[in-house]
Design a binder for this molecule. Structure first.
Ligand code: GDP
Length: 333
């Protein structure tokens, strides 16, 4: 049940426009990120109430190593989309924030020109907790922004660790930014990440157009080798498109948007988009179940009391790891 104040908040997220809506969206996301138990109960009620209004956006994931030009590109793309009357939101999943409390994506205000636009909303990565926790908060923020009428939600992440998989698992289309020199050293391109990419954009082509064209050819042919027999997404054939762009000069933006839109249109037409989102929602539920069970296990008093002895016994070889695990779990019963 929504409290009266939260009903007003929901109403402002759904129906207000301008600064009133922005404040409400920010407030709703802050509530969803709160770790206080009473906040969580309110957040859950809010999330469920706005769910029917969510989902009507193009969810686009963008990854790339630090320095690849993600923020420059997303700002340019965002401004381009605003001109076409889209309402753009940018979220981030920064795995470093869960490890060190620091941030690879940067604490500095990024995308300053985009962030001041009335129809754009930029939110930095949630911090603290596990990558799963950070990703969960980003997913929930995405639902709020969709309910507020943002029809393009870009989720940015850095090209390190598991975060690309998390972002590919919450978006409709996954794009990878590459630097022109990456083609010279294909080892540098992580195979798993490449396989996730629906579109690869080679950025900074203005610096060395010939190198960019070479990289495009090399990446295209190595993708063909990797994806021999043809790549499919949800059973629908889609060969990863490889483009050259310059985020600073805005070249290739239109082609990029056309490529990701063509992919998404194909997924919609085949029914795969809906199927994929249902799968993502189910996977998300299980991911959260596991995380919540884990948290409950660790904070359960009898488990916490017995854990040091079991840990010592397992390390010393006195008790088998699987036996210790079962006994500890039984303490929760
Ligand atoms: P991020 O770490 O991936 O977000 O990368 P940034 O967007 O912060 O860009 C890193 C640096 O590369 C900045 O100095 C940008 O100005 C520069 N940069 C980004 N895109 C381009 C481009 O297309 N051409 C050139 N020459 N520089 C670029």
């Amino acid at each position: 049940m929504l409290a009266t104040a939260d009903k007003a908040l929901l109403d402002a997220v759904l129906h207000a426009r301008g600064p009133v809506q922005r404040r409400a969206v920010a407030k709703a996301i802050t509530l969803l990120e709160s770790t206080r138990a009473d906040h969580r109960a309110r957040a859950d009620a809010l999330l469920n109430a706005l769910l029917p209004a969510s989902g009507r956006s193009f969810r686009l994931g963008i990854s790339g190593v630090p320095g690849a030009g993600k923020s420059t590109f997303i700002e340019a793309l965002g401004l381009h989309l605003l001109q076409a009357k889209h309402r753009v939101a940018v979220l981030a999943v920064d795995p470093s924030s869960s490890v060190s409390g620091g941030s690879i994506l940067g604490d500095k205000t990024r995308m300053e020109r985009l962030s001041v636009q009335a129809d754009a909303f930029i939110r930095p990565s949630p911090t603290g907790g596990t990558l799963g926790g950070v990703a969960a908060h980003t997913r929930e923020a995405m639902l709020v922004l969709e309910a507020a009428g943002h029809d393009v939600v870009i989720v940015e992440t850095v090209g390190v660790g598991q975060s690309e998989t998390a972002v590919a698992g919450m978006t409709d289309c996954f794009a990878l930014l590459q630097l022109p020199n990456a083609g010279d050293d294909l080892q540098a391109i992580k195979r798993g990440v490449m396989e996730l990419a629906d579109v690869v954009a080679i950025n900074k082509t203005d610096l060395d157009p010939a190198a960019a064209t070479r990289a495009q050819a090399q990446i295209t042919s190595s993708l063909r080798l990797m994806q021999h027999g043809g790549r499919t997404r949800g059973g629908v054939p889609w060969a990863t498109r490889v483009l050259t762009i310059s985020a600073v000069h805005g070249t290739g933006l239109v082609e990029f948007w056309q490529a990701v839109s063509a992919f998404r249109d194909q997924q919609v037409a085949s029914g795969q988009l809906a199927a994929r989102r249902h799968e993502q929602d189910e996977a998300w539920m299980w991911e959260r179940i596991e995380a919540l069970l884990h948290e409950r296990f660790r904070t359960h008093a009898p488990v916490a009391a017995a854990l040091p002895q079991f840990t010592a016994d397992v390390r010393a070889g006195r008790v088998a790891a699987s036996v210790a695990a079962r006994r500890l779990i039984e303490l929760m019963a």
